[in-house]
Write a protein that binds this ligand. Structure first.
Ligand SMILES: Cc1ncc(COP(=O)(O)O)c(C=O)c1O
Length: 297
């Protein structure tokens, strides 16, 4: 989003608008504040509190919508003409992909210009997958890497997995997912605008697409935090679930170098995680009465 807002300012745009399932809105609001540009952000009403609060504090015009990101996108499309907004929705302008592309360069650089056997990326709108794939092609043209590519793995939440469904059915585009529900808010995209690009990357790279349930994701957040001190966003923790499943199935071997993308921090999801924990695992008794003594067991 920093690339998109930088270029918007370069072209003299004054008002930007975007739908957001979560973090893109916060990023737009922050960079727009720095750039002195108006931001109009449409989010589902039930986004994590941090997402809507940060947009508000950054001075964006926030509309909370009773619906999903697809409904938010429709509202932006309907109003942008009259309002004079430039639409920075996922893949409707070119620079967000250019920004996320740098993840591909960073992976290559940090692995000494030898790409890993696999990359697991939590897929919402698909900008990360599409951007990294572009980076690999560019680096090959530059002569920095060879023709080999990582197996690109798209992970989605079981409650909203249009790409995984299309992949499993051998389709080249996805269908709108109905009743999308997951606390991994960034993955609650019922139909990605560039679904056919994502599916093509998964296929060409000999990758795959995997689902993670919210319970598996919550366990993975805790596991990752407890073994490495990384308090990952649910979207990022979904990548760990996918890795565990793909190791168990033999898709990846122990020796394979696989990069998991943690795309955010759990701190922005505390409200959702706490609500989830309470519904999944009822509160244990705070104290137990043993022989008349009340202790904090
Ligand atoms: C934390 C997080 N991870 C992943 C994604 C999905 O990213 P992409 O659009 O690159 O698929 C999002 C999208 O909002 C997100 O907020």
């Amino acid at each position: 989003m920093s690339a998109a807002v930088t270029m918007a300012r370069h072209y003299g745009l004054k008002k930007l608008a975007a739908p957001s399932a979560g973090n893109a809105g916060g990023a737009l609001a922050a960079y727009a504040a720095t750039a002195g540009i108006e931001a109009h952000i449409f989010m589902p009403r039930d986004v994590p509190l941090a997402n809507s609060m940060e947009c508000d504090y950054y001075g964006a015009h926030v509309t909370l919508v009773d619906g999903l990101i697809s409904d938010c996108a429709r509202m932006v499309a309907e109003r942008k003409e009259n309002e004079g907004w430039f639409d920075v929705s996922t893949l409707k302008e070119p620079f967000r992909v250019e920004g996320k592309k740098t993840m591909g360069y960073e992976v290559a650089e940090q692995l000494k210009w030898k790409l890993p056997q696999g990359i697991i990326y939590p897929t919402g709108g698909g900008v990360g997958m599409i951007g990294m794939w572009k980076a690999f092609d560019e680096m090959e043209q530059l002569g920095w890497i060879g023709p080999e590519r990582p197996k690109m793995v798209s992970v989605q939440a079981a409650g909203c997995a249009p790409i995984v469904k299309a992949w499993e059915e051998g389709k080249s585009s996805s269908e709108m997912w109905t009743g999308a529900a997951t606390f991994a808010a960034g993955l609650r995209v019922p139909k990605a605008y560039g679904d056919y690009l994502i599916l093509d990357i998964v296929k060409t790279s000999k990758g795959t697409a995997v689902v993670a349930t919210d319970d598996e994701i919550l366990d993975a957040v805790r596991h990752w935090a407890s073994v490495e001190g990384v308090f990952a966003a649910p979207e990022g923790a979904a990548a760990l679930v996918a890795y565990q499943k793909l190791r168990a199935s033999g898709f990846f071997a122990e020796k394979d170098v696989v990069v998991l993308f943690n795309t955010g921090t759990a701190y922005k999801y505390l409200d959702m995680m706490e609500a989830k924990r309470r519904t999944v695992r009822p509160e244990p008794f705070a104290s137990r009465n043993i022989g008349g003594i009340i202790g904090p067991y």
